[in-house]
Ligand binder design. Structure first.
Ligand code: GLN
Length: 469
């Protein structure tokens, strides 16, 4: 059931937070061993909190009794924070992320920490130390990633909504693979305080939900200025009831980026979206993104460079896992060799290479310059249009294991999603049709800076209503 429906029941006292949490725990007990969406579930704490909430008046809270899953690279006080990695095994967070605090202050119950590709690096949630999460629609297929656990937990009814993080598509792609709505807000909109850094200039926290309204509702709660994050921006956040105006938009379509590699049915779905939006009275126009074809390479150079620097802190001294060694260097060496998985090591190697003396100008600096050009592409396009649409992902989910030894093929899943992270604009993925294979066809809508309200409003107009499994 959606967050907004649940809130109605809770506010009318047709169900208590205690009764509700027991329902969710029951589903978790039934389904977790198949889907593996959570790394840790905090049943007792959730029940305790639900009982405590019963003493308070529901009307004073925006999320009274709502069970929420939080991706396990986002800090929740006193809960383990593993990032899907062995290297953080046993580490408990001493504080909560700002986004999480805002949810808790509104009466939400954090029911558990969801599975992810280690440190958010991956497209399938297969690169988790805790095993893969299975796709909610067909468990033989990948969940998408890296926020695969956050998506699947919502779809199979283990929580009402969840938080994910998105560095290059990790909220939108798993949302698309499981028939959900996922929003990556503008860079700086949601505080990154308490989000474990992967690539600091790209990372954003955002919601994954059953429908557009739920996602909008949570977005209004977690957004807003936070002095604890120096990249947080102080721009007014719309109120929930100001968002859905059913306005007519000028929609930009970069047709030239829909290449032959895109699945046929996804292409047809995209054409269907264009026709439907035109029929609704929106204006559709071609836009040109001159630098789009470099985006994925630029993304991997920049994100891996930032990651290689951010991940230096896992040295076996400060956090979690520590291997034995004769001296300090050996402790570092063994801890990092044993603690990180293959994909994380690959990114650290790429990043270290791109930043190394002699290659820095050729890779990191060059990529930063192309990133700037790509940004100009978008700034120019937004002079003429309100939003830009693409498919979210070029293909449907693949079978578990199918792409694990072909990382480049795996990375191609992000070809449309990385754009918004590199440019810093908001983007949403919304299911628009059911496909013949049981999965969904999804639309990505990108908006201008701080115009989340536009993309939410338009997404609501084309959203294909579907139910939890
Ligand atoms: N799939 C992308 C990657 O592998 C994006 C990950 C993310 O957004 N955290 O880097």
């Amino acid at each position: 059931m959606s967050v907004l429906e649940l809130l109605k029941l809770l506010k009318k006292k047709e169900i208590t937070p205690y009764e509700l949490i027991l329902e969710y725990i029951k589903i978790i007990e039934e389904k977790e061993n198949v889907y593996n969406a959570f790394i840790n579930v905090y049943k007792e704490e959730a029940i305790r909190r639900a009982l405590e909430l019963s003493k308070f008046e529901p009307d004073n809270y925006l999320l009274y009794g709502i069970p929420i899953g939080v991706k396990d690279n986002i800090a929740v006080e006193n809960m383990e924070l593993t990032c899907g990695s062995r290297i953080l095994l046993g580490f408990k967070s001493p504080y909560s992320a700002t986004a999480v605090k805002r949810l808790i202050n509104e009466g939400a119950i954090i029911i558990g920490k969801t599975n992810l590709d280690e440190f958010g690096m991956g497209c399938s949630t297969e690169f988790s130390y805790f095993g893969p999460t299975k796709n909610a629609i067909n468990p033989e297929y990948v969940a998408g990633g890296s926020s695969g656990g956050s998506a699947v937990a919502v779809k199979i009814g283990e929580c009402a909504i969840s938080l994910g993080s998105d560095t290059g598509g990790s909220i939108r792609q798993p949302s698309a693979f499981n028939g959900l709505v996922g929003l990556k807000p503008t860079y700086g909109r949601v505080s990154r305080y308490g989000l474990v850094a992967f690539a600091s200039s790209l990372d954003q926290i955002g919601p994954i939900g059953l429908n557009v309204r739920d996602v909008a509702y949570i977005w209004t709660i977690i957004s807003g200025y936070d002095p604890k994050d120096s990249t947080s921006v102080n721009v007014q956040v719309e109120k929930f009831d100001e968002i859905f105006k059913f306005k007519k938009y000028k929609i930009g379509v970069p047709r030239h980026i829909i290449t032959d590699d895109v699945d046929k049915e996804i292409k047809e779905g995209f054409e269907y979206a264009i026709k439907k939006l035109t029929d609704m009275g929106h204006i559709v126009e071609d836009v040109k993104l001159n630098y789009w074809k470099y985006a994925l390479s630029v993304y991997h150079i920049i994100s891996s460079s930032e990651a290689s620097s951010n991940l230096l802190r896992y040295d076996g001294i400060r956090y979690g896992y520590r291997a034995d060694g004769e001296d300090l260097i050996e402790v570092y060496f063994k801890t990092r060799s044993e603690g990180f998985g293959d994909e994380v090591k690959r990114r650290i190697l790429i990043g270290t290479f791109c930043l190394s003396y002699g290659y820095y100008d050729e890779y990191y600096i060059k990529a930063s310059k192309v990133r700037r050009l790509l940004k100009e592409d978008f700034i120019n396009a937004f002079k003429n249009v309100d939003v830009i649409i693409t498919p979210t992902v070029p293909t449907f989910p693949w079978k578990i294991g199918e792409r694990i030894s072909d990382p480049v093929k795996m990375y191609l899943a992000d070809i449309y999603t990385v754009l918004a992270n590199l440019v810093g604009i908001p983007a949403i993925s919304v299911p628009i049709q059911k496909s013949s294979n049981g999965f969904y066809i999804n639309l990505q809508i990108m908006g201008n800076y701080f115009r989340e309200a536009d993309i939410l409003d338009l997404a609501e107009q084309i959203f294909y209503e579907n139910n939890p499994i």
